[in-house]
Design a protein around this ligand. Structure first.
Ligand SMILES: [Zn+2]
Length: 332
């Protein structure tokens, strides 16, 4: 069953695939390309929201990296151990977290779509002629032609420009097949697509490319104007924990964008997966350790806490709240 969640990646459809543990050292900066739909102006356009969100992701990732590299930071070391159950001795996994934040913090825009790692779209994943996504043509050998199948169930949809398909997963035992509809399903707010059963692509295409669709809902009524920096001090401490934690996870567009970018294939494993919990902080601790280490929100929350630490706030287990703590070292 596909549980509705505000945002997710198609990777959640592959939970049963074995996760390979390859220790590849790679902190290369991510390259991204932005479709014009994310630059549209006007009342329904993304205006500067997209840009602000992207800038916040880069900032948050760079602050997470700084805190990771700053060994004397007891506050962030506690979080490292709480979220990922690692301490300074788990150097390999810590390096992997560092590489991830390093890739994100040094993201660079490119005008070359084909070579880019990630391509951003704000086109609502509309399917049909003249749109990026179109139906896969009928195959005369199919007993049930694709055009007669059901959207969201077993109909195949492709993005011919990026040489991608939306995923359709055939399940065993054969209940109904399940297919993603991107942000078209009415509950998903953003989605990352990566290669799934796609036809061969031209050689100039990046072999580990992804596309990220950001639904307009993320930008139209964002809780904090898209950026964590816009969350006021009063909001950090005055609200109860469920409020602030839930609001960030579902109302902050940079939280959502970073989540999606963490699904990208960074050429090292294990790859991230969604584990069908809500996006809350508490939800993380209902996961097994292996799940938590491969869940995007573990990384996003780590970054959120790093940014709040810059403002000398930390999560306090005893009070179950963010509290002001002037003993937190301000890392330049
Ligand atoms: Zn996800």
């Amino acid at each position: 069953m596909l549980f509705p969640t505000p945002y997710r990646s198609i990777s959640m459809l592959f939970l049963l695939l074995p996760i390979l543990a390859l220790a590849v050292d790679n902190g290369d900066p991510l390259t991204y390309w932005i479709d014009d739909t994310c630059k549209a102006t006007g009342p329904n356009g993304f205006n500067e929201s997209f840009e602000r969100t992207l800038k916040d992701v880069i900032h948050n990732a760079s602050r997470a990296l700084k805190r990771l590299q700053f060994r004397q930071d007891a506050n962030q070391n506690r979080l490292l151990s709480k979220i990922f159950e690692i301490d300074q001795s788990n150097v390999d996994f810590k390096k992997q977290i560092e590489d991830t934040f390093s890739s994100l913090s040094r993201m660079v825009e490119t005008q070359n779509r084909a070579s880019s790692d990630v391509r951003f779209y704000c086109d609502e994943d509309v399917v049909g002629d003249g749109h990026r996504w179109t139906l896969v043509p009928d195959d005369p050998e199919d007993s049930l032609p694709n055009s007669k199948r059901k959207r969201g169930i077993n109909q195949e949809v492709e993005d011919k420009l990026n040489h991608m398909k939306m995923a359709v997963v055939h399940r065993d035992p054969p209940l109904e097949d399940i297919a993603t509809q991107g942000v078209q399903d009415g509950v998903t707010r953003a989605e990352l697509f990566y290669l799934h059963n796609s036809d061969p692509a031209p050689p100039e295409e990046n072999p580990t490319r992804s596309t990220v669709t950001l639904g307009s809902e993320n930008f139209g009524n964002a809780w904090t104007d898209n950026a964590l920096s816009a969350v006021s001090d009063a909001e950090i401490v005055a609200r109860d924990k469920p409020y602030i934690f839930k609001a960030m996870a579902t109302g902050l567009s940079s939280f959502i964008m970073m989540h999606e970018l963490l699904h990208h294939d960074y050429n090292r494993q294990p790859r991230t997966n969604d584990y069908q919990v809500d996006e809350s902080w508490d939800g993380l601790f209902g996961l097994t350790l292996d799940q938590r280490r491969t869940h995007p929100d573990s990384y996003v929350w780590f970054a959120v806490c790093a940014v709040l630490a810059d403002r000398q706030y930390r999560f306090d287990d005893a009070y179950d709240l963010f509290i002001k703590d002037t003993s937190i070292i301000v890392v330049p």
